[in-house]
Design a protein around this ligand. Structure first.
Ligand code: GTP
Ligand code: ZN
Length: 326
């Protein structure tokens, strides 16, 4: 039997069988020994044997993991020079889209976080979608201006707005949602999947027990009125507050900044693109108005945090870096 892993909890994997309807029971499985050290994560397509009836107490075994079409990874820290920094985790397998949820106000948008997510998305070969919430509180102009050079798809969310545009972007695909605490991600998940019942306004899981649902969960989207076909799946990732990028090479980091790529064509071979490299073409590129200087600053901040030079947590940026303030 083929299964799709929708949740992982202490060595037990919850799977759904493709073709089984939304009301079919889920199958609980454990890993078979023959899998060795290979980890099974949410989004994996697996081969199941044993009792796949989904009856209470039934336990199936995962004997095979299908080749993954994409792998979203994160590292605990950014610093590629330390063992802790290199500790790499697969967050989700086989996602098609990374939905970066950012509030337009309360909390204000952090383009440093969004840039980090974009690097992770391009690195994983997952399409990004910018989901700007709390559009009732502030306009999107400053954020959109910052990303003007990128063809970054986006949707705006207000409390009373229809979610049709978002639903059509989610249809038929597996989308992972990431966002900082308080941006309205749980509110959005509950609107998209009313039966999900995700906790809203819980402030943050930080400081609580580690077991307070910090692992990823895949939720089946309900059929949308007037639309046929698979409505898709969303994967909520309550535990992912940031993406450490130590596993991403300096060159791959640049893929998160497509507006800067052309500016490196005249760089010397093996240019580190750092501010202390006088021959780096990026300074001239920005000086010539070909890209926004804030974009280069953000790229170099990520480069530096990877090299262990600055704030290794890479959490929010220093004040004044917000769009429209730089
Ligand atoms: N004005 C406004 N407030 C919103 C909107 N969406 C969510 N909120 C409020 O923002 C607060 C945080 O929302 P949550 O959904 O809990 O945010 P979260 O991103 O899930 O954060 P955690 O619960 O910490 O994971 C709540 O008080 C929501 O009612 C919105 O579109 N507009
Ligand atoms: Zn360079």
């Amino acid at each position: 039997m083929e299964g799709f892993v929708i949740a992982v909890d202490r060595g037990r994997y919850t799977c759904v069988l493709p073709g089984a309807g939304p009301d079919a029971p889920t199958v609980t499985a454990m890993r078979a020994r023959e899998l060795g050290r290979k980890s099974v994560v949410v989004g994996d397509r697996v081969g199941l044997v044993g009792d796949t009836s989904g009856a209470p107490g039934a336990l199936a075994r995962i004997v095979r993991i299908a080749e993954r079409s994409s792998v979203l990874r994160r590292t605990a820290e950014d610093d590629a020079t330390t063992a802790e920094g290199r500790l790499e985790r697969v967050v989700v397998a086989n996602a098609d889209q990374l939905v970066i949820v950012s509030a337009l106000a309360d909390p204000p948008p952090r383009t440093g976080f969004i840039d980090r997510c974009l690097v992770a998305a391009y690195d994983a070969d997952i399409e990004p979608l910018l989901c700007l919430t709390k559009a009732d509180l502030a306009g999107p102009e400053a954020v959109l201006d910052y990303y003007a050079e990128l063809e970054l798809p986006y949707v705006l969310i207000r409390p009373e707005s229809e979610l049709d545009a978002l639903r059509s972007l989610l249809a038929g695909r597996v989308s992972v949602l990431v966002g900082h605490s308080g941006v309205g991600k749980s509110t959005l998940v509950n609107r998209l999947v009313p039966q999900a019942d995700r906790a809203v306004g819980t402030v943050s899981a930080i400081g609580r027990g580690r077991h307070t649902s910090t692992s990823a969960v895949a939720l089946r989207l309900p059929p949308a009125a007037g639309r046929d076909g698979d409505p898709g799946w969303i994967i909520d990732t309550p535990g992912v507050r940031s993406f450490g990028l130590a596993h991403v090479s300096a060159d791959s980091l640049l893929h998160g900044f497509p507006d800067l790529v052309e500016g490196t064509l005249d760089c010397p071979a093996n240019c580190p693109h750092t501010p202390d490299e006088p021959a780096c073409g990026l300074d001239a590129w920005v000086a010539a108005g070909k890209a926004d200087p804030r974009r280069l600053a953000s790229y170099r901040r990520l480069l530096a945090s990877r090299a262990g030079e600055s704030d290794p947590r890479g959490e929010p940026e220093p004040g004044g870096e917000r769009p429209g303030h730089g």
